[in-house]
Design a protein around this ligand. Sequence first.
Ligand code: ZN
Length: 280
Amino acid sequence: MSSIHRYKVGRIEITPLLDGDLDSSLDRIPDPTDRAAAVKLIEAAGGDKALTMDCFAFLLHLPEGPVLIDAGTGSMMTARLGHMHERLAEIGVAAEDIRTIYLTHVHKDHFGGLVDADGRCMFPNAEIVLHEVEAAFWFDTPPEHLPERARGTLALNAKAFGPYAGRIRRVKEGGGAPGIAARLAPGHTPGHAAWIIETGEAPIVAWGDVVHLAALHLMRPETAMIYDLDPATAAKTRRSMLKWVAESGAVVAAAHLDSPGIGHIHHENDHYRFVPLAAS
Ligand SMILES: [Zn+2]
């Protein structure tokens, strides 16, 4: 039996596609105070397993056809990852049928599945849509002006996006398509964006990497990890997004929250809690 569920939020149906998981580590937390707090939080959350990050892409079942939010890791990371295309096959969606892929940001765990190991295009009919700030940072900045860590991934960017030349659409804040709008959520990368999906009820907020580790960031949003290019801005974004989705009742579709990756964020005392959606 397939473990893949489709969720209904208002008029929208959405399927989380588990690409796989990866291990994080407390040494990804540079600040000693943050790390000391994290040791306790991880311990309280069950130890090492709380350091494992699920990686999700999401499929929206729209009347005009299926649409992806992010594209999995493809062959760019470990063998535990790169299974998004199998998930698509399991639910009977052909890559050829995907016309639009909305990227939250330009990191390989979100774009790697655009191509196979040999760099061949996996979505021959798809347009890639991303926030213009993100596109400008990765595609227009002279390499010598990029932070060193960002420079290290340029070869992978070229491999993944090369086959989509002429099919990459940059959108302004609020742009996207009717019912799907980009909202800048910077810090993780400069143009990291959430996709806000209208449902007729509470919106779905596909927020990419606002949260890396639930056990840390829902309990202590200020915890800086090396994944964020600008940790202070990322922490500010994390706080404001958590507050907003908790108060508004929005449904979060998160790349790295625990399975099924979709649910509500509740505010409890001094922290937040992820409450997964029930499968419909
Ligand atoms: Zn990520």
